[in-house]
Design a protein around this ligand. Structure first.
Ligand code: ZN
Length: 435
């Protein structure tokens, strides 16, 4: 009985990974090709795409018949630079309103309206060349539903790896009651906050039951949480261990929101798979990253969101949030400057939702400004991100057998990473995406 149930689970997962509506054979002529980020790019190249996957990568411009694909559609990208579809490891597709306006939206929009916004934001993200995203926190379940709708080919969108609802302790970063009058609490679900070991195990199990791919937790306060308790640790060691161990029990990775060094340390000591933001990294935290081979996801783009929103409206945030934003703007990038040269593994993540959807590639420019070579920033958004998502065998490079997720740009992103801000052409699972 047990065995057959596991069989059903495997079948369900296979359905999620299924490629929708297989496209015709496609032959792509690429002027320059970065098929394996981290290695040198190739010059003129030909790729054969069959059944949604890369079937062959050859030097020079070959005709379809030479690849055993007579009659295949030919895509001329001889004047373009082609690379793997990009991966953003930290987004929130359901919204990018933010600040006080975001709170109003939370209190007024129906889940159905949020679902449409999620769909539209997913499309923008895909058109920006991000063919896969990891969604780290959505209280409505809209992104989880979009994940499945995209996987079955019902709608266009990026491949989504979803964390469901983010978890924190009571009055922690993920507590949706913060800043609201108490009479409203009753109407807002609180099943993502936990205190003590049993409660934290249960909070993870609830997300597992909803079908999430990974677990997102917070060990410290957050810039956007509507409370002035700072950005240090807000969970005890046993709580963090209970959260991480329970997720790992079900084979789910754990992404941890953490700003203060104490909370980063707690998370890494408990076995966190990635640290998000990681604003105050010290020597001990870097040592733990290296020891555990955990990923650092810098989310530098958040400052763009803050700066733009405050420029449009100085009262876009409540005073307690604004104080934290000013601090964050001042220190952003320092942790990446410290961690990258030491060999900490970096995965690309924007926190889009705080910054604008569709502008995910702005993060590349900030990564380079903070000490990463363009080539390494691209590795962070392809090979490294794929590994962090547990999809290293499927995406992140263009090799026979892998998903045909490709993008093309004008200019050489290894020379000028900002050319990634404008996509010339996008393909996901072998299907060309309308831009
Ligand atoms: Zn986030």
């Amino acid at each position: 009985m047990k065995k057959s149930l596991q069989g059903i689970a495997v079948l369900a997962c296979a359905a999620l990974l299924a490629t929708p509506a297989l496209a015709e054979d496609t032959v792509i002529h690429a002027g320059h090709l970065l098929d394996r980020p981290g290695k040198a790019p190739r010059g003129a190249s030909t790729l054969l795409v069959r059944d949604g996957r890369i079937s062959a990568v050859k030097a020079g411009f070959l005709e379809p018949a030479a690849l055993g694909a007579a009659g295949a559609r030919v895509v001329d990208l001889r004047e373009r630079f082609v690379l793997p579809g990009l991966i953003d490891c930290h987004v929130h597709l359901e919204s990018d309103t933010g600040g006080v306006a975001g709170l109003v939206e939370d209190l007024t929009l129906s889940d159905a309206a949020i679902a449409y916004n999620t769909l539209a934001n997913g499309r923008k993200t895909l058109q920006a060349g991000f063919t896969t995203v990891r969604n780290l926190g959505d209280g409505t379940g809209a992104t989880l539903a979009l994940r499945d709708a995209v996987a079955t080919g019902l709608v266009d969108g990026p491949r989504i790896v979803d964390a469901g609802r983010s978890i924190s302790t009571t009055s922690g970063h993920m507590d949706a009651w913060l800043g609201l009058r108490e009479e409203l609490h009753e109407s807002i679900s609180h099943d993502n906050v936990c205190d003590g070991v049993e409660s934290c195990r249960r909070a993870v199990r609830l997300q597992v039951g909803r079908g999430v791919d990974l677990i997102k937790i917070a060990t410290t306060g957050g810039v956007n949480s509507r409370i002035g308790t700072g950005l240090g640790a807000q969970a005890f060691e046993d709580e963090v261990r209970a959260l991480v161990d329970t997720a790992h029990l079900y084979g789910k990775k754990v992404a941890v929101h953490a700003h203060g060094a104490d909370g980063i340390r707690l998370a890494l000591a408990a076995g966190a798979d990635s640290i998000e933001h990681g604003t105050l990294l010290g020597e001990e935290e870097i040592r733990l990253f290296l020891k555990n081979k955990a990923y650092y996801v810098p989310t530098l783009s958040t400052v763009n969101g803050y700066i733009e929103r405050l420029a449009a409206n100085p009262d876009a945030y409540s005073p307690e949030v604004k104080a934290k934003i000013e601090w964050r703007i001042g220190v952003t990038g320092k942790s990446l400057q410290a961690a990258y040269p030491r060999g900490v593994k970096i995965a690309f993540g924007t926190d889009a939702g705080v910054s604008k959807h569709g502008r995910n590639a702005d993060e590349f420019e900030l990564m380079v400004k903070n000490g990463m070579p363009a080539a390494e920033a691209i590795v962070a958004a392809t090979v490294n991100a794929a590994e962090l998502l547990g999809l290293g065998a499927e995406i992140g490079s263009l090799e026979p057998g892998k998903r045909a997720d490709l993008v093309a740009v004008e200019g050489d992103p290894l020379e000028d990473v900002t050319v990634l801000k404008k996509m010339a052409w996008v393909m996901k699972d072998g299907r060309q995406i309308g831009l």
